[in-house]
Design a protein around this ligand. Structure first.
Ligand code: NAI
Ligand code: CS2
Length: 492
C-alpha cells in the first residue's frame, strides 16, 4: 500500500521574478519545486515563474495554460512512499518553437517583453547540453550550426537559447535597464562559464559594445543540479490517476534533490537556503563530483545495458555484474580524480548513488540517458580518464564504457534490435560505421580521433586505445555479462 503525503499550493498569484527557458520535466521537478517551497515558507510572492519551451512540446504549454500553470510533482522515496506536491508558482507558460503549421515564435514577443520587465531578475535554463551550441570538447560557439547562423542573420527573432538571451539583454541595455542574472541548470561542467561564452561570443558577432556590456554587467553563476526525473510514461500517468491525480502535466521523480549554486546574483535572488538550496563560493568540486560519479555511472549503465536490451536503470542495477562495475568505477576511477572540500565522504556518496539507482518506483529508461552521448561523455568520463591516465592509474571501466558507446552508435543492440540514435553527431557516427564496418581497430581509432568529443591526448595512451579495442571485440564475441566478468583479462 503506497503511503501518500499531499502538499497543496496556495492560491495567491505570484509576481513573475524569474524566467526559465526549457519547460522540460526536470525544470518542473527541480527549480519550480524549490521556488514553490520558498514561496510557501516565506510568503514572498516576488519570485513567480514564466517558463518557455523554445523547441518542443507545444501541447504541454497548452495543458499548463488550461490549468493556470498548476501541475503536480510525485516525489518517490520508493514505491511505498510518495509526496504529491501541487505547484502553483508557474504563472506563465510560453512557446517560441516551430509549431505544427511550421510557424516559429508564436509567443516570442510575449517572452521578450517578459524578459524586459524590471521585476524579472533571473533567467534560468534547462535546454539540454546541446542547447548551448558549444563544441563539447573545446567549448567554442558552433557559429556554423544552422540555428546559430539563423540567429546571427535574424537577431531580433532568435530560435536558440543563446540568441534569446542576447536579444533580451540587448533590449535591456538599449532601455537603460539593469541586466538580469543568467543561471544555467544543465549538466555541463562550468555551466555558468559556458553559458557566458555562448552568449558573449554570439553578442560579439552582433555588436562588440553589447558584448562588452554583457561581459561587464551580466553574471552567469555556475550551479550543480541533481534530482533523477525520468521522462513520463503512460504507466506513470495511470499510476498517478490511481492516486487521485489526473494531471497530464505532472512529473514523477525521486525524493532526493540537490542544488548547489555559486552566490553571484547582483540583482537579488530568493533566500532559498532554508528550502535546501546550497549557496557557495565555488561550485566546481560539487559539479565535477556529480558529473563524474552520478552521470558517469548512468552512462555506463545506459550503453552496456542497452546493448543487452535492458530497459531501465533499476533493471540494470538489479544485475550484480552491473553493480560490481559501478562500484569499481566509482571508487577506483571517478573518486580518485576529485578534489573535494574537507569532510566530503565520497565512499558514502557512491553507496548513496547505488541506492538511488535502485529506487523501484522510477522507470528511468536507459535510452533516455543514452541520448546525446557526444555532448555528455567529455565531462562524464573522458576528462576524468585523461587525468587518471596522466597520474598512472587505470581506466578499465571507462574503456569498456567507450567501447559500449561506440557499439551503441551503430543503432542496434547485440541481439540485432534497432534503436533510434538521438545525438547531434548521429550522421557522423553512421558514416564511421559504414566506412569501418567490423574492423574494430580502425573503427575505434576513428572514433577516438573525433576532436568534438575526445581530448586528443587520450588517443596518445596506447593502453587506453588497446583496452577500448579489446573491450569492443569482447562485447561482440561474448556479450556484456561475460565481458563484465572478464574485465581484468581485457585490460593491459
Ligand atoms: P526534457 O526532454 O523533459 O526537456 C528538455 C527541454 O529542453 C525541453 O524544454 C526542450 O524543449 C528543451 N530543448 C531541447 N533541445 C533544445 C535546444 N536545442 N534548444 C532549446 N531548448 C531545447 O528533459 P529534462 O528531463 O527536462 O532534462 C533537461 C536537462 O536538464 C538535461 O539535459 C540536463 O542538462 C538537466 N537535468 C536533467 C535531469 C533529469 O533527471 N531529467 C537531472 C539533472 C539535470
Ligand atoms: C541522466 C541525468 O539523462 C541523463 O543523462 O544521467 O539526467 C540524471 O538523471 C541527472 O543528472 C540526475 O541529477
Amino acid at each position: 500500500m503506497t503511503r501518500v503525503e499531499r502538499v497543496a499550493s496556495r492560491q495567491t498569484p505570484a509576481t513573475i521574478g524569474m524566467v526559465h527557458l526549457g519547460l522540460g520535466a526536470f525544470h518542473r521537478a527541480h527549480q519550480a519545486v524549490y521556488l514553490e517551497r520558498y514561496r510557501q515558507r516565506s510568503g514572498d510572492e516576488r519570485w513567480g515563474l514564466c517558463s518557455a519551451n523554445l523547441r518542443s512540446n507545444l501541447a504541454l504549454v497548452a495543458r499548463l495554460r488550461d490549468a493556470d500553470g498548476r501541475y503536480h510533482v510525485a516525489e518517490h522515496a520508493d514505491s511505498e512512499h510518495v509526496v504529491l506536491r501541487e505547484i502553483g508558482v508557474l504563472r506563465e507558460a510560453l512557446f517560441t518553437g516551430c509549431d505544427d503549421a511550421g510557424e516559429w515564435g508564436r509567443d516570442l514577443a510575449a517572452l521578450l517583453q517578459r524578459m524586459d520587465s524590471p521585476e524579472v531578475r533571473i533567467v534560468s535554463l534547462t535546454v539540454t547540453e546541446k542547447g548551448y551550441f558549444l563544441n563539447p570538447a573545446s567549448g567554442e560557439l558552433l557559429s556554423d550550426d544552422p540555428a546559430i547562423a539563423h540567429d546571427i542573420a535574424h537577431p531580433q527573432s532568435p530560435h536558440t537559447a543563446p540568441g534569446l538571451l542576447v536579444e533580451a539583454l540587448a533590449r535591456r541595455h538599449a532601455g537603460g535597464m539593469p541586466a538580469f542574472t543568467v543561471l544555467s541548470c544543465d549538466n555541463m561542467p562550468d555551466n555558468g562559464k559556458r553559458t557566458r561564452r555562448a552568449v558573449t561570443d554570439l553578442a560579439r558577432r552582433r555588436d562588440p559594445a553589447l558584448a562588452e556590456w554583457i561581459a561587464r554587467e551580466v553574471t552567469f553563476p555556475c550551479s550543480m543540479v541533481d534530482r533523477i526525473v525520468p521522462a513520463m510514461t503512460d504507466a506513470d500517468v495511470a499510476r498517478l490517476r490511481d492516486l487521485g491525480v489526473d494531471d497530464p502535466a505532472a512529473v514523477v521523480c525521486e525524493a532526493f534533490s540537490q542544488w548547489v549554486i555559486e552566490d553571484d546574483f547582483p540583482q537579488g535572488r530568493p533566500d532559498w537556503q532554508p528550502d535546501g538550496v546550497q549557496m557557495v563560493a565555488d561550485v566546481a568540486p560539487f559539479e565535477t563530483m556529480k558529473l563524474r560519479m552520478l552521470n558517469g555511472s548512468h552512462s555506463l549503465l545506459a550503453y552496456l545495458g542497452a546493448l543487452e536490451n535492458i530497459e531501465t536503470v533499476f533493471d540494470a542495477v538489479r544485475q550484480p555484474e552491473f553493480t560490481a562495475l559501478l562500484r569499481r568505477y566509482l571508487h577506483y576511477e571517478a573518486a580518485p580524480t576529485l578534489a573535494m572540500p574537507e569532510g566530503t565522504d565520497l565512499d558514502a556518496y557512491a553507496e548513496h548513488l547505488l541506492a538511488r539507482f535502485a529506487n523501484d518506483s522510477l522507470r528511468h529508461r536507459l535510452q533516455q540517458v543514452a541520448m546525446d552521448g557526444s555532448q555528455k561523455l567529455p565531462q562524464r568520463w573522458l576528462q576524468g580518464a585523461l587525468q587518471r591516465l596522466e597520474s598512472g592509474g587505470d581506466v578499465a571501466c571507462t574503456a569498456l564504457g567507450v567501447a559500449a558507446w561506440i557499439r551503441y552508435t551503430a543503432g542496434s543492440d547485440l541481439h540485432g534490435n534497432r534503436h533510434a540514435l538521438d545525438d547531434p553527431l548521429a550522421e557522423t557516427f553512421a558514416a564511421l560505421h559504414r566506412r569501418h564496418g567490423d574492423d574494430a581497430g580502425s573503427l575505434v581509432q576513428a572514433f577516438l580521433a573525433l576532436d568534438a568529443v575526445f581530448p586528443a591526448a587520450l588517443a596518445e595512451y596506447s593502453c587506453f586505445v588497446d583496452n577500448v579495442e579489446n573491450a569492443y571485440r569482447s562485447l561482440h564475441r561474448q556479450g556484456v555479462t561475460a565481458t563484465l566478468a572478464d574485465i581484468d583479462n581485457l585490460i593491459r
